[in-house]
Design a protein around this ligand. Structure first.
Ligand SMILES: *Cc1c(COP(=O)(O)O)cnc(C)c1O
Length: 421
């Protein structure tokens, strides 16, 4: 059974100050999980997790991860600015962007971030924007074709826009070495939200073998290998989560098997997890405000897809708990819906739940990553607040809810703004 990290009593208390809907995050869960990740890779002295900022771009949450030793994986100007704002710089920032505007390379250069090139044509752009190439550079690799794991999961990198072909990675290393780059990294992100413990070890073997050949054929010093993101979480109650300890041990095994015999026992392992670091430690708390009986039974809540897009966008499953009815019989079948004028604005479809009364609070689980951050303003629906349940149980506002004045702010250069603000 999936238990929320917040109780009805706590939500009753919180809503005295902060009305629903809001995203709530669990500091204790975030810290304990981050420590498990570092423990799992403690065999690798240079290991670092660069949290994928796009998953949850909130400086308060980033600060928690920074205290746990994490760096930040950025791919846009504002993600770089957020990282800068909490005092990250230098090798604490990985700039893994694609289709990158030149000014973002300039910003990454000013912050002395590690630049992970998505394309070979960007060597010249970085050189031009920064005056010279940094001493450390990384390349994103795309092996093409299909990528298969032993459990049959596969993805189709050949159809993805990211990264360089193998030949381009070799060329890029040679060119950059000639231009004075001294330390190199390799990066790949091949399968998203993986189940089981197989993905990182399999990817590691692919990248380690490539690293050995790159070292031997170009003479480049491989400083790090970045396994990027993709470790999944159990969104459904019947799923078992990844075992990060086993994943770390699996990477260790291929490291000892492939890299160490080639004198590459100093290579640092990096990860850029987003979902795994934050997903389970956030939830969307919303209130049942309408019920409707037509051809199906509907519960209307005060959140909508603008606050959590994954169900509408991917048909993604998010578990729902009715607070105070955790142990009640799930003898009703509901569609739980938001208010958007879009028929895909449904948090749950044909979901077995306890009888819901108006005013009940629903917890939508696992919204800590790619949740709030994918929010949008369709139908003029506003962003919710973000709250942090701290380790001592107190609750802190870490982003206020958007107000109409925020929604209208970009009209500030027009006369109508005076009437809107
Ligand atoms: C999105 C992304 C991640 C994080 O992915 P998760 O599935 O959240 O772990 C890491 N690296 C890059 C380059 C990404 O685009």
């Amino acid at each position: 059974m999936k238990q929320p990290f917040v109780t009805l009593n706590e939500v009753n208390e919180i809503t005295k100050t902060y009305p629903t809907p809001f995203h709530l995050y669990d500091e204790k869960g975030i810290r304990e999980n981050a420590r498990r990740v570092y423990e799992a890779f403690s065999w690798n002295p240079g290991f670092r997790e660069y949290f994928a900022v796009k998953a949850t771009p909130n400086p308060f949450l980033m600060q928690i991860l920074k205290e746990e030793g994490c760096g930040f994986d950025c791919s846009s100007m504002t993600e770089l600015q957020l990282s800068e704002a909490i005092g990250a710089a230098g090798d604490q920032i990985m700039f893994s962007s694609n289709d990158t505007p030149p000014e973002e390379y300039r910003k990454a250069g000013q912050l002395d971030a590690i630049i992970n090139l998505d394309d070979i044509t960007h060597i010249d752009i970085v050189e031009r924007e920064l005056g010279q190439l940094p001493k450390t550079m990384s390349c994103r690799f795309n092996p093409g074709g299909f990528y298969k794991l032993s459990n049959g999961i596969m993805d189709n990198p050949g159809d993805s826009k990211y990264g360089m072909t193998e030949e381009q990675v070799f060329d890029a290393f040679r060119i950059m070495k000639e231009k004075g780059v001294e330390h190199f990294g390799i990066h790949a992100f091949l399968v998203s939200n993986t189940v089981g413990n197989d993905y990182y070890p399999t990817l590691a073997a692919t990248l380690f073998e490539l690293a050995v050949r790159l070292k031997e054929e170009t003479g480049a010093h491989i400083s790090f290998i970045n396994l990027s993101g993709g470790v999944g979480i159990p969104y459904r109650p019947e799923e078992t989560g990844a075992d990060i300890g086993k994943i770390g041990a699996g990477v260790h095994k291929v490291y000892d098997h492939i890299l160490v015999p080639h004198g590459m026992g100093d290579v640092k392992i990096f990860t850029e997890m987003g979902r795994y670091m934050m997903g389970p430690y956030g939830c969307l708390v919303t209130k049942a405000i309408n019920e409707k009986h037509i051809y199906k039974e509907y519960i209307g809540v005060d959140a909508c897809a603008a606050n959590l897009m994954r169900p509408a966008m991917y048909g993604a499953y998010h578990h729902v708990t009715v607070l105070g009815k955790e142990d009640a019989l799930c003898d009703q079948v509901y569609d739980v819906v938001g208010s958007l004028c879009e028929n895909n604005d449904k948090f749950a479809i044909d979901r077995k739940l306890p009888k819901i009364d108006l005013g009940d609070y629903l917890v939508i689980h696992d919204t800590g990553a790619h949740g709030f951050s994918m929010g949008y303003n369709y139908n003029g629906r506003l962003w919710s607040a973000e709250l942090l349940k701290k380790e001592d149980g107190s609750v802190q506002l870490i982003r206020r809810a958007q107000e109409p004045k925020d929604y209208f702010a970009t009209f500030d250069c027009f006369e109508v703004y005076e009437k809107l603000k």
